[in-house]
Design a binder for this molecule. Structure first.
Ligand SMILES: [Zn+2]
Length: 125
């Protein structure tokens, strides 16, 4: 009997800009590590320093060649068990954070100096 193997699409939800600046927990140790690492520029943890994905959600891109600060983090993962209940597991991992001096706004593919009506007219819309 032939079986078809299906791969479930990733259920990872795209982070919004608001979510990017909110944290479930705060770590005094991590904040001290980050602020010591970015002491020269004065950036503060949880305000000026975020992970790559959080910066991306905020509309920024980490500049090429930049090195972030690696800190331990715990992520809560909700998983549905076979009996239908949802259990939360804590996943330990390391994340890398970058300060606001290491990122730049993502450039829009549409030039911002022209009205959208002109751009649509160029396309014949
Ligand atoms: Zn900085």
């Amino acid at each position: 009997m032939a079986t078809t193997k299906t791969r479930k699409a990733s259920a990872t939800k795209k982070m919004t800009a608001t979510e990017a600046t909110q944290f479930d927990t705060y770590s005094v140790t991590n904040a001290a590590t980050v602020e010591t690492s970015f002491e020269d520029c004065g950036c503060e943890a949880y305000i000026d320093c975020f992970t790559y994905n959080r910066w991306k959600a905020l509309g920024y891109q980490v500049q090429g060649g930049q090195h972030g600060v690696k800190i331990p983090a715990i992520k809560n993962i909700e998983k549905q068990t076979d009996d239908g209940t949802v259990e939360t597991r804590r996943l330990f991992r390391y994340v890398v954070v970058f300060c606001r001096h290491q990122v730049e706004p993502v450039k829009s593919p549409i030039p911002s100096d022209r009205p959208i009506g002109e751009l649509l007219a160029d396309l014949g819309v």
